[in-house]
Design a protein around this ligand. Sequence first.
Ligand SMILES: CCCCCCCC/C=C\CCCCCCCC(=O)OC[C@H](COP(=O)(O)O[C@@H]1[C@H](O)[C@H](OP(=O)(O)O)[C@@H](O)[C@H](O)[C@H]1O)OC(=O)CCCCCCC/C=C\CCCCCCCC
Ligand SMILES: Nc1ccn([C@@H]2O[C@H](COP(=O)(O)O)[C@@H](O)[C@H]2O)c(=O)n1
Ligand SMILES: [Mg+2]
Ligand SMILES: [Mg+2]
Length: 237
Amino acid sequence: MLNKYARAFFTRVLTPFAAFLLRRGVSPDAVTLIGTAGVMAGALVFFPRGEFFWGTIVITIFVFSDLVDGNMARQAGVSSRWGAFLDSTLDRVADGAIFGGFALWYAGGGDDNVLCAVSIFCLASGQVVSYTKARGESIGLPVAVNGLVERAERLVISLVAAGLAGFHRTFGVPGIEILLPIALWIVAVGSAVTLAQRVVTVRRESAEADAAAAAEAASGAGSGSGGSGSQGREAAS
Ligand SMILES: CCCCCCCC/C=C\CCCCCCCC(=O)OC[C@H](COP(=O)(O)O[C@@H]1[C@H](O)[C@H](OP(=O)(O)O)[C@@H](O)[C@H](O)[C@H]1O)OC(=O)CCCCCCC/C=C\CCCCCCCC
Ligand SMILES: Nc1ccn([C@@H]2O[C@H](COP(=O)(O)O)[C@@H](O)[C@H]2O)c(=O)n1
Ligand SMILES: [Mg+2]
Ligand SMILES: [Mg+2]
């Protein structure tokens, strides 16, 4: 939903900055790489120590690079398959660092096995949610569903909560630290629902594609042309 509604807004806001970086000779790939390194540093230096305010500030500064890199590539007319691959692959690395950072906190100073497990579930389910789309598309399916909680929602829910929860330790605001566990549970349940939505969609789309391929093969066999009914299954292997 955020991807659909907020992207246009951020594209307008970030376009001048993306143009500035291009004029300075910075490449989209460099922005992708530096942005990921910054997110990883913010998550893995601060979160395992319970420094959620400063961790979120650092991550927020760098996470928007994920919107800037594509913007730069489109403005410069250099969008590429390599860029798409690098962008998506490093998204997984950044997400792993963020939810890994939460898990490390709860495994250590945060001392809460359940929330450690919930953080690991958020990490793993987020990666699988993304994988369902990538794999479905790689076997030629449209995967025409985004689902309840996409990456932008996972990040916004968990980072807003982490940033606010950080007010407890950094500014002494009482009670507010409860927001992070609540957000992690929401992301965990939302990711599970999203995973189910995507799996059901891929199941339906693959059945339809296989049926269409079988019908085409049957009509091809009838006309003696040999047919291509195994195409869908071959693509899937
Ligand atoms: C006073 C101090 C306050 C301290 C608190 C600070 C709080 C800061 C809070 C939040 C900041 C969160 C920002 C998060 C921004 C996320 C931006 C982002 O990276 O979006 C990426 C997303 C997707 O881009 P891609 O196309 O590259 O990604 C593809 C996609 O992710 C697929 O994912 P899947 O769903 O399948 O898992 C992958 O499959 C695919 O591989 C991948 O390539 O881009 C967007 O979605 C665009 C929309 C971004 C919307 C950002 C909204 C930010 C909104 C609010 C932030 C401000 C909140 C302020 C709160 C203040 C509280 C005091
Ligand atoms: N280094 C990069 C990064 C991205 N791209 C292109 O942008 C698309 C992603 O756009 P976002 O707004 O989500 O960042 C990606 O699919 C590529 O086409 C690129 O070329 N090089
Ligand atoms: Mg990007
Ligand atoms: Mg990305």
